[in-house]
Design a protein around this ligand. Structure first.
Ligand code: AMP
Length: 494
């Protein structure tokens, strides 16, 4: 069947990447906004994670980006570093065949290294507001050519106190870029922001916030004493024996208690909360996505906006204190026509919250009796077996392009005055290599250069390159295991 994205006037490079990613049919939000963005209309979209909202703006932005330009043509603002990287990955994947460069700017990371990255070709900048503003003020980020601006997770930006920074950044823009604002909720302050910067935006609302998919089975267990909660949870978890689960706790401490308790049993699990080092958080997210473990324990804030697929169970170890949060949490499961289970532990004093959730969603939770000790005992060995077992790792989104792309390291870099033109020149002089389509991202460091070779031409380049000179010297190339984005990340985090 023909890829449904062909109905839009998109470049072949973009359509090819969508094919490779397996995006064959636009999601609701994509169908609603892509044509408008392509026509240059501002948009305000109310839509949550899992709806495909990232690709909804990433597809038109990547389509629009012109490789020849050297400074940023689009700016995407994200409230957290995790989201910034998640969105960068999507832009990078969709822009793969256009060889788009997508640097990520975030706080807590050496400024000088980001400045060096920004001095190289930059097509789309993704960043957190504080650091982006910092670069604007120092004059190290040129926004004069930006034609598309995305303010993502705008309500979270507001909650985190970033709105003034966002406004200040927008003041640095020239001309009239296309503005896109994505938010789970809208309020006065966001409306005022939109009124100040946007021109007759198309307003799109995708999901009714009270809507819980009918593919999600919602059950609850009452627990009368706090001490009984943890053993009850472990019994329920044993009985449910989930394939992929998220467990939400109200506090960081509880996340840690559960994590260490499960680890003590040899159960593979991961945890996310605000006090965990960012590098470790990123690794946990990647590991969970790759199916390295089945149970992720998290606080709401740490897991907000982060996209995970194939979640079979959501556990509310602690009931949220807000009914909307309940809907967001359980919406992690039962997606794409799959069934899911949402299991909540409810303290007696939370009855009011339960009532409020039930009237908000219009669905009553089936209240179950605690599992019988004998049943738990019988289920235990199957539970431990599955939860301790290693699964084959799932491919990362970017790796769907694998095989087709080889990453090379070339001796020589800025010190020997190597420029990307020299690299492109030498590689495209090889018979059978097309400089326009077969060379991916190039990253020139002090004395080393990384370059991606696309379309399965890597082996040919590896063989032929040493026979050619760059800046008057023969240079050795070797294959690198990591992809360029990863290399940059690893090097940056030193
Ligand atoms: P998001 O709401 O942007 O976090 O996206 C949720 C997930 O849907 C991501 O893992 C995307 O890779 C995936 N996705 C986005 N658009 C499509 C599409 N048209 N077809 C299939 N998957 C998609």
């Amino acid at each position: 069947m023909e890829n449904q994205f062909r109905q839009y006037p998109l470049e072949e490079d973009i359509l090819g990447a969508l094919d490779a990613l397996g995006y064959t049919q636009p999601t609701e939000i994509q169908a609603a906004v892509i044509p408008s963005i392509l026509n240059g209309r501002d948009i305000i979209a109310k839509s949550k994670t899992g709806s495909g909202k990232t690709a909804a703006f990433a597809i038109p932005i990547c389509n629009f980006a012109d490789w020849e330009q050297n400074t940023a043509q689009a700016l995407v603002l994200e409230p957290t570093r995790e989201l910034a990287f998640q969105v960068k990955d999507e832009l990078y994947a969709i822009g793969r065949f256009k060889r788009l460069k997508v640097p990520v700017l975030y706080g807590g990371f050496p400024m000088e290294k980001q400045i060096l990255t920004l001095k190289q070709k930059t097509h789309i900048v993704v960043g957190t507001p504080g650091r982006v503003l910092d670069h604007c003020k120092r004059g190290t980020l040129d926004l004069s050519k930006v034609r598309y601006v995305v303010i993502d997770e705008a309500d979270l930006m507001l909650d985190m106190g970033f709105i003034e920074d966002v406004k200040n950044i927008l003041m640095h823009l020239e001309g009239k870029p296309v503005f896109m604002l994505f938010s789970a909720t809208m309020g006065e302050r966001l409306e005022a922001l939109a009124a100040q910067f946007m021109h007759e935006p198309l307003e799109v609302k995708i999901e009714n916030d009270t809507e819980t998919a009918d593919t999600i089975e919602q059950v609850g267990y009452f627990v009368d004493e706090d001490e009984k909660k943890l053993p009850l949870f472990l019994d329920i978890l044993t009985m449910e024996n989930p394939d992929n689960a998220m467990v939400f706790c109200g506090t960081r401490e509880m996340v840690e208690v559960l994590y260490y308790r499960l680890r003590k049993e040899g159960i593979a699990c991961g945890m996310l909360h605000g006090m965990i080092d960012q590098k470790v958080r990123t690794r946990t997210i990647e590991d969970f996505r790759a199916q390295g473990f089945r149970i992720l324990i998290a606080t709401d804030v740490a897991a907000r906006g982060v996209d995970f697929q194939n979640i079979t169970h959501v556990f509310n170890y602690d009931l949220p204190t807000n009914k909307e949060v309940y809907v967001h949490r359980i919406g992690r499961t039962g997606r794409a026509g799959e069934t899911g289970r949402a299991v909540s532990l409810i303290r007696e004093d939370e009855q009011k919250m339960l009532n409020s959730i039930e009237s908000f969603t219009g669905v009553g939770l089936a209240i179950l009796k605690p599992p019988a000790a004998e049943d738990v005992e019988n289920a235990r060995s199957a539970f431990l077996k599955r939860q301790r077992q290693k699964r084959p790792r799932k491919k990362k989104k970017q790796d769907v392009f694998g095989g087709q792309i080889m990453n090379l390291t070339i001796g020589g870099g800025k010190k020997s005055k190597l420029r990307s033109g020299d690299v492109v020149g030498a590689i495209s002089s090889i018979d059978g290599v097309d400089g326009k389509t077969d060379i991916g991202a190039i990253d020139i460091r002090e004395s080393i250069t990384y370059v991606e070779i696309l379309n399965g031409k890597g082996a040919l380049v590896l063989e032929e390159l040493p026979k050619r000179t760059m800046k008057g010297k023969y240079r050795k190339g070797s294959q690198t295991r990591e992809r360029i984005g990863t290399i940059i990340k690893v090097r940056h985090s030193n």
